[in-house]
Design a binder for this molecule. Structure first.
Ligand code: DSN
Length: 412
């Protein structure tokens, strides 16, 4: 992959772009929110649609010249409807956070109440962390996962909701490896007369193929990003019933955003078409099988896998029982040296801090896109344990990582 025009105009940026291609090719990406999009998605995202302003929606734009923008955005909408079965879809949010912002802006007044999972238990900044606009504009209370099981406790959530009386309950998470019972959360939300926002950013691909139950038709609003397990162009998405369609569209534009990023929407359209192919279902099955294989191997080699395993694309490891002196950051840094990139993550019952957490989060979407099967995923888990157990193993693990990368080429 070469950036000839960029190199001629701007060698410094070309150097960085080519080095990033090399980093992705010669390292294993285990950040659970990342993936490797196809060349078709890359091409669509770098298209001339970056030049086009198209405030409004297909057929209702404020500027001329939107004929092709309309085609692209409508294709993205139609394909998203087919993938997830939603009545109404807005593909303009620039990110998952902007999708959540759109829903809050549409349905809440400042000072209204949000009940959401604590960030350190697997929630997300945009679910009301004090450092995020949502934590500052709204009154937020957090629920937790059970510290012993690592799983959601819907009875405790119901009790907390009855006391707090939220206007919105947010479900859907960034570091929760288990199936979410959308119906249980919806029942709780209805009992307290709250809206239910299901943020499926991490599991868009799993929901699209039916590998995880869908909140569409259950929750009032479904939000997400489009570049994680669904492997389309980068950005956000909101889904809802027709009843809330106008409010959501107005909240996204003109409420919270200006012109849509149509080049990214083109990437969404292309990626959604790819996800509608039967091969994508097989891919997602493999993503989950690989995560399960890694969880089982990590467990067998003495690491504490939060909740005892996974139903999804991610595995959360609490390093404290097996490696009490090792922080998640130190583990991530050592693994990066070996060519394995993942992130330090808080764990339920966190005793350190969000900046210096005790766990690591491992995701299998990107390695599965590269073609990893369960045997290779299992071997990768052993390599991770080797580095965590003994920093001196880094060099030999790095050599094996290079072999694995060469055997699973990327962007050839
Ligand atoms: N940054 C994403 C994640 O890693 O989960 C969420 O936005």
């Amino acid at each position: 992959m070469e950036y000839e025009a960029v190199r001629a105009a701007d060698p410094a940026v070309a150097d960085a772009l080519e080095a990033e291609v090399d980093r992705q090719r010669t390292g294993l990406q285990l950040i659970a929110s990342e993936n490797h999009v196809s060349r078709a998605v890359l091409e669509a995202q770098s298209s001339v649609l970056t030049n086009k302003y198209a405030e409004g929606y297909p057929g209702k734009r404020y500027y001329g010249g939107c004929k092709y923008a309309d085609i692209v955005e409508q294709l993205a909408i139609d394909r998203a409807k087919e993938l997830w079965g939603a009545e109404h879809v807005n593909v303009q949010p620039h990110s998952g956070t902007q999708a959540n912002q759109g829903v809050y802006y549409a349905m809440l007044e400042p000072g209204d109440r949000i009940l959401s999972l604590d960030l350190t238990h697997g929630g997300h900044l945009s679910h009301g962390h004090p450092a995020n606009f949502a934590g500052q504009l709204y009154e937020v209370e957090h629920y937790s996962v059970d510290a012993d099981t690592g799983r959601l406790d819907y009875d405790t959530l119901a009790t907390q909701a009855a006391t707090f009386e939220p206007d919105v309950i947010v479900s859907g998470y960034s570091a929760y490896p288990r199936v979410v019972d959308w119906n249980a959360v919806q029942d709780i939300a209805e009992d307290v007369d709250a809206y239910h926002v299901a943020d499926i950013a991490h599991i868009t691909g799993l929901v699209a193929t039916g590998a995880h139950p869908s909140p569409v038709g259950v929750a009032d609003f479904i939000t997400g990003s489009t570049h994680k397990t669904i492997r389309a162009g980068r950005g956000g998405i909101i889904m809802c019933n027709e009843e809330h369609a106008d409010a959501i569209d107005r909240a996204v534009f003109p409420g919270g955003q200006g012109g849509p990023l149509l080049h990214n929407i083109a990437g969404k359209a292309v990626g959604f078409a790819e996800a509608l192919e039967p091969a994508f279902e097989t891919h997602i099955e493999q993503v989950i099988a690989n995560a399960r294989a890694m969880a089982a191997e990590l467990d067998a080699r003495g690491l504490e896998v939060v909740s005892g395993g996974t139903d999804t694309h991610l595995v959360l490891v609490d390093l404290r029982p097996s490696h009490p002196e090792l922080t998640g950051g130190e583990a991530a840094e050592a693994l990066e040296e070996a060519g394995i990139t993942l992130n330090a993550n808080t764990v339920p019952g966190e005793s350190r801090s969000a900046l210096d957490p005790s766990g690591i989060r491992i995701g299998t979407p990107a390695i599965t896109t590269r073609g990893f099967d369960t045997a290779t995923a299992k071997e990768l888990a052993t390599l991770i344990v080797e580095v965590i157990d003994d920093p001196l193993a880094t060099e030999s693990v790095a050599e094996r990582v290079q072999e694995l990368c060469a055997d699973h080429p990327l962007y050839e």
